[in-house]
Design a protein around this ligand. Structure first.
Ligand SMILES: *Cc1c(COP(=O)(O)O)cnc(C)c1O
Length: 420
């Protein structure tokens, strides 16, 4: 199919050409004396993405799921209790992993579409006088429902209950797109992957570890080998990895960090917010609801759009893909067919997102949803026009005079085009 594929799933996201070029490298010896010049600054600069000074980021050749596992297996022991809310597919999968690793999970069941219930976390922590709960898990941005939760609020709940449990945060679809403050929020393990806000292909699982979490490593007896923090720490200390790192992705990550710092993290967050507001204006103009129940939970990286009953969202996604070369995200598990997701994170601007919204509009109409053509696109356009940064004045070439009425033609001469 001619033209670009419009990639609007919430990960993988678009990889900028600059990053693609940076990754296009011949392979090198990862044990050479030059290698630390690549690895060491990347590890150091990653700290700024997590907003941590005291924490240590580790990069595994894995995906976000691997970084989940690294967090749990390096800090906990079989039978340890952990506390976690389940309110979407990703929070579910992390809980499922914890259970399969042999941890006892106290699950706070929460409606899909709501954020993590901070009060219920607080109740459970306050009731745990013996401090049996060793870790508290929260999914910062639940990508399945388009819901962002209050990590700072959960830190406060831990502090109010004077509870020493580790705070582990899944930031796979928030970090580098939505403000995340590891040190300020007292996060002990912060998890992300390469293929969302970092605009890279999948292939890196990244976890930043606080000193408090690192101190649990020695007592923690869950088995870990590939994901062992100790091996990683030792090798990273001299700028190396304990096994073959993904060289191309490290070059890509270096470029991605450079791009994020050039734009400025706060500007990156503001851009995501503004793009998301435009997408939400479109959804409202379509007369549809978001899965996220309240504005305080609206995600700036993904909008999950509920479709009217009687319509199968899978059909919208299929039409969008096959007819318009547009990839939208599917509803997962109990949301299958009931919603589709528009990922608006990473390397994205207004006109790109308008393309995604226009394609979604066409596919929805094709699938039988009655909405006014252009309504969502128009609402997003107007929101973005109304919130655009003012332009500096620039000298422009003047407009040419309007065409004058053609002079009476001389006999025998052609007149058409005379004014040109
Ligand atoms: C994408 C995602 C994951 C899973 O990451 P993989 O890289 O697919 O392993 C985990 N959590 C959240 C919130 C995500 O969005």
């Amino acid at each position: 199919m001619a033209g670009r594929n419009f990639l609007f799933v919430p990960g993988p996201t678009n990889t900028p050409d600059r990053i693609l070029r940076a990754m296009h490298v011949a392979m090198e010896d990862h044990r050479s004396s030059d290698f630390p010049k690549l690895a060491a600054p990347v590890l150091e600069n990653l700290k700024k993405i997590f907003k941590t000074a005291a924490g240590q980021p580790y990069i595994f050749p894995a995906s976000g799921t691997g970084a989940w596992e690294a967090s749990l297996s390096n800090t906990l022991s079989p039978g340890d209790r952990v506390l976690a809310a389940r309110f979407g597919m990703f929070s579910h999968l992390w809980i499922d992993m914890a259970q399969r690793l042999g941890l006892k999970v106290d699950v706070i069941e929460t409606e899909w579409g709501e954020g993590a219930p901070i009060e219920r976390y607080h109740e459970a922590l306050a009731a745990d006088k013996g401090h049996q709960i060793k870790a508290v898990l929260i999914t910062h941005n639940e990508t399945a429902t388009g819901v962002t939760s209050d990590v700072a609020g959960l830190r406060k709940a831990l502090d109010d209950a004077k509870h020493p449990a580790l705070l582990m945060v899944d930031g796979v679809s928030s970090i580098a797109s939505i403000d995340f403050r590891m040190d300020e929020w007292g996060v002990d393990c912060a998890v992300t992957g390469s293929q969302k806000g970092l605009m890279l292909p999948a292939g890196l699982g990244i976890v930043a570890v606080s000193q408090k979490a690192a101190a649990r490593y020695d007592q923690a007896t869950l088995p870990r080998v590939f994901f062992d923090f100790g091996d990683m720490r030792k090798a990273n200390a001299t700028g190396y990895f304990p096994y073959t790192p993904s060289l191309s992705l490290l070059y890509g990550l270096r470029e991605s960090l450079a791009m994020l710092f050039e734009e400025g993290l706060d500007n990156v967050f503001a851009r995501h917010h503004r793009l998301a507001e435009g997408a939400r204006a479109a959804v409202k103009a379509w007369g549809l609801d978001l899965c996220a129940r309240e504005p305080r939970w609206y995600s700036d990286t993904v909008s999950a759009v509920m479709v009217p009953s009687g319509i199968n969202a899978a059909e919208i996604i299929d039409i969008a893909y096959r007819r318009y070369n547009l990839a939208l995200g599917a509803g997962l598990a109990r949301m299958a067919g009931r919603l589709f997701r528009i990922g608006h994170l990473g390397d994205l601007n207004e006109c790109m997102l308008l393309g995604g919204l226009a394609g979604a509009e066409m596919a929805m109409r094709d699938a039988g949803i009655k909405l006014t053509p252009g309504s969502g696109v128009g609402a997003a356009e107007e929101y973005w026009r109304g919130t655009a940064a003012p332009l500096e004045k620039r000298e422009l070439p003047p407009r040419a005079p309007d065409a004058q009425p053609a002079a009476p033609a001389a006999k025998g001469k052609a007149t058409a085009g005379a004014a040109r």
